[in-house]
Structures are given as C-alpha cells and as structure tokens.
Design a protein around this ligand. Structure first.
Ligand code: DHK
Length: 152
C-alpha cells in the first residue's frame, strides 16, 4: 500500500492501483515494463500538477480497501483513475462502488488486455468508465489524467 498527496482538496484526482501493482518494476517486466509503482505515482502527480490539479494515490491488494478508497473520493476528488488489476475481470463490487460515487472514471491497463488471455478481455469496469486506456504502458496514467483534466 502506498499513498501520496499533492494539491488542493477540491481539485484532486484519486489514482487507484489494485492487486499486484505494488510489484511493478519486478513483475513480468516483458508485460508490465520496468517502471515501479513509485514512478507511476510520480508521473500521475506531475501530470496533474501541470493541469493545476493534485493527486491522491493508493494501492491495495484488497478489494474492500479499494472500495473504501472509492467511497472516500466522494466529496474529496474530482475524478478517479483506476487500474483495478485482476479485479477488472472479476469485481462487480468495484464497479458498483465506482458508479455509486458518481465521479468520472478512467480505466487504465498497462498492458493491452485484448492481446492477452481470453479471461482478460472482459472488464466489469469499462461499462461505467468514461474512457479505457490499455496497452500504452505507464503513459496510460498520464493520458487518463490529461483526459480527466480536459473534462473538468
Ligand atoms: C494488470 C493486472 O494486474 C492484470 O490482472 C490485468 C493489468 C491487466 C494491466 O495491464 O495493467 O489483467
């Protein structure tokens, strides 16, 4: 679990990373690259700052903790960037939490999930996301924040 904050409370983007993304940098680098979670969070903070926004970054390997973080975004964040990891393909609860807080959501995947195993092709999150970015590496987080900033 990590967290990082910058910027004013009313103009924050919540950047959420799900299970196993704490292993970025060492986990299957041929698929996920060599950047670490700290690199991702720094990129997100820098991108947001360039738009006059702040970030709150959170990673968890536990579904309930991610849901609690989403609930906490209501009234404290202007939008959510989420890489739900494997919960993408399994979690109705995460989808319900995201639609429940009524904030714009951009779903990010470092890898192109559509070029991988069949079980990764379906996302429970995409149906409630404003946009889905997959296969752009960690730049996907930057693109997601650029998009949210444009919409805000
Ligand atoms: C990350 C994971 O941990 C996988 O479970 C997803 C996603 C893909 C990614 O590409 O960032 O299937």
């Amino acid at each position: 679990m990590t967290s990082q904050s910058a910027g004013t409370a009313d103009k924050k983007i919540l950047v959420l990373n799900g299970p196993n993304l704490n292993l970025l940098g060492t986990r299957e680098p041929a698929i996920y690259g060599s950047a670490t979670l700290a690199d991702v969070e720094q990129l997100a903070a820098q991108t947001a700052k360039a738009h006059g926004l702040g970030t709150t970054c959170f990673q968890s390997n536990h579904e309930g903790e991610l849901i609690d973080a989403i609930h906490g975004a209501r009234g404290t964040a202007a939008g959510i960037v989420i890489n739900p990891g494997a919960y993408t393909h399994t979690s109705v609860a995460l989808r319900d939490a995201l639609s429940g807080v009524e904030l714009p959501v951009v779903e990010v995947h470092i890898s192109n999930i559509h070029r991988r195993e069949e079980f990764r092709h379906h996302s429970y999150i995409s149906g409630i996301a404003q946009a889905v970015i997959a296969g752009a590496g960690i730049s996907g987080y930057k693109f997601a924040i650029d998009l949210l900033a444009e919409a805000l």
